[in-house]
Design a binder for this molecule. Structure first.
Ligand SMILES: Nc1nc2c(ncn2[C@@H]2O[C@H](COP(=O)(O)OP(=O)(O)OP(=O)(O)O)[C@@H](O)[C@H]2O)c(=O)[nH]1
Ligand SMILES: [Mg+2]
Length: 466
């Protein structure tokens, strides 16, 4: 038995698990404190739904469950493919379009001995459990529902099987493009090969293989697929008519059922799962966590934007007054900087983003770094202006007070502008807070991708995942 399992794959799962746990813990804390401090039932419901989804994903990693979704147009043999993999007719199949109406999840425990290109493939996969998802024909349900169903099922799957039973139709090509944009590894299954004579079968295969050189548009869609990812099968071959000659000389004809030709697909799936099952699982969980985090942050930002604006303006006024009213050069600037820091902390608290100390440090440095020009300007003008302000304050005559007021007003304007800029920068950084830290989904995705072995299905699509 051969079993090639990159050692990195186990650590990928551990990293993904840790990253997801951290996300769930952080946002649960956020939810609890937001409920106490600033109740907002709509935001709370949205966050609760996302957290429930993330907890399910976490359970999937903990249980080592890989999901394979089977897509295709009506009557291409999607349900028959699952039955053939299972080795029993569990799902209803039939010649009428639209037999399967809803997605259905079935557990698969592959057994038996499989041979692929002369190598025995172990059926004892690295992931503990495999779930197969049967779906309705992509042309069966209404446009919007179809797109939603396909997106939803594809997002929750680790590997996609796209079943065709001949050359690609225009609808199939469109559906394939849509599924590829889910950035999941995909196997193109050419089913019902028993219906074609050898020459025609080869022609169809060559036509499907020409997709290898098709490069889709946009960021999400790179190379459509590779030749290695096309598998030819007959999940439920048509029965053949056999001539029966009895000893008494009578002759009759009977229809004989043929066994499915499915081993190549089984071997392909198991090879992928053995080599990459854990990494697939880790990456899928991480990309799901990344999207969930992005949605949660977006919801929080939208719900809190009015409060954040009010808070920034409050600090703009406070800093202007603090700087203008303070006659001691240097101290006024220090007072202004403290106000900026208080504002950043108040904003972070308002958003309730779970900033670790590391992240908070990065935020402060980043703001100072990116707004260095503005801060230098503010410091320089503040030195000049506060010197002028001090001179005017010391002068005993009335015009001196007038001059103080004039300089202080200009300084208040500069300080206020500075506070506004820092506030806005802090807001932007906080809004992106979800992707920070060494446990953040983005960092872990990058780490996992850096360790992907060449010649794997993940290697080919790695550029799409980041
Ligand atoms: N000749 C032949 N027929 C097949 C093969 N696989 C499936 N079929 C037949 O194709 C028809 C459709 O199969 P299903 O598995 O129901 O197809 P489906 O894609 O699940 O269809 P819907 O659920 O309606 O979308 C059935 O009559 C199957 O017996 C095959 O390999 N060869
Ligand atoms: Mg079906």
């Amino acid at each position: 038995m051969t079993e090639s399992r990159p050692p990195a794959s186990a650590s990928h799962l551990n990293r993904a698990r840790a990253s997801l746990r951290q996300t769930v813990v952080s946002y649960s804390q956020h939810l609890r404190s937001a409920k106490k401090r600033m109740p907002n039932p709509r935001l709370e419901a949205e966050l609760e739904a996302e957290l429930a989804q993330l907890t399910t994903t976490l359970a999937k990693i903990d249980g080592n469950v890989v999901r394979l979704a089977v897509f295709g147009l009506v009557s291409r043999g999607k349900s028959a493919v699952i039955n053939a993999l299972l080795g029993e007719d569990l799902l209803e199949t039939g010649p009428i379009n639209g037999i399967t109406q809803k997605p259905r999840v079935i557990e698969w425990q592959p057994g038996g001995k499989l041979v692929e290109s002369g190598t025995i493939v172990t059926t004892n996969v690295a992931t503990a459990q495999i779930e197969l998802i049967d779906t309705p024909g992509l042309d069966e349900i209404d446009g919007k529902d179809r797109a939603e169903m396909a997106r939803d099922v594809a997002a929750r799957s680790d590997l996609i099987l796209f079943v065709v039973s001949g050359d690609l139709t225009r609808t199939e090509f469109k559906a394939l493009c849509e599924l590829r944009s889910a950035q999941k590894p995909l196997i193109l299954v050419f089913n019902k090969i028993d219906l074609y004579p050898d020459r025609q079968r080869n022609e169809i295969y060559e036509s499907l293989a020409s997709l290898e050189s098709f490069i889709g548009e946009g960021n999400a869609l790179r190379q459509m697929l590779s030749k290695d990812e096309i598998v030819l099968i007959a999940a439920n071959p048509s029965p053949i008519k056999v001539r029966i000659e009895r000893p008494d000389g009578t002759v009759s004809f009977e229809w004989e059922k043929l066994p499915p030709q499915i081993d190549e697909l089984k071997a392909k799936i198991l090879t992928i799962l053995n080599q990459e099952g854990r990494s697939l699982l880790a990456l899928n969980a991480l990309t799901q966590a990344r999207s969930a985090e992005e949605r949660m942050v977006e919801n929080i930002v939208t719900a809190r934007s009015a409060e954040a604006d009010a808070l920034i303006w409050k600090f703009v006024r406070l800093k202007s007054i603090a700087v203008a009213a303070n006659p001691i050069p240097g101290l006024d600037w220090i007072g202004g900087t403290i106000t900026d820091l208080l504002m950043i902390r108040a904003l972070a608290e308002l958003y309730g983003f779970p900033l670790t100390r590391y992240e908070a440090g990065r935020l402060l440095t980043a703001i100072v770094g990116s707004s260095l020009g503005m801060l230098v300007g503010e410091v320089a003008s503040s030195i000049v202006l506060s010197a002028g302000k001090a001179v005017s304050a010391l002068s005993s005559d009335n015009p001196g007070l007038g001059a103080y007021a004039g300089v202080a007003a200009v300084q208040a304007g500069v300080a206020g502008y500075g506070a506004y800029a820092v506030g806005r920068a802090a807001q932007v950084y906080l809004e992106r807070g979800c992707t920070w830290g060494d446990q953040g989904a983005n960092t872990v995705i990058q780490e996992v991708l850096n360790q992907i072995e060449p010649n794997t299905i993940l290697w080919r699509i790695r550029s799409e995942l980041f």
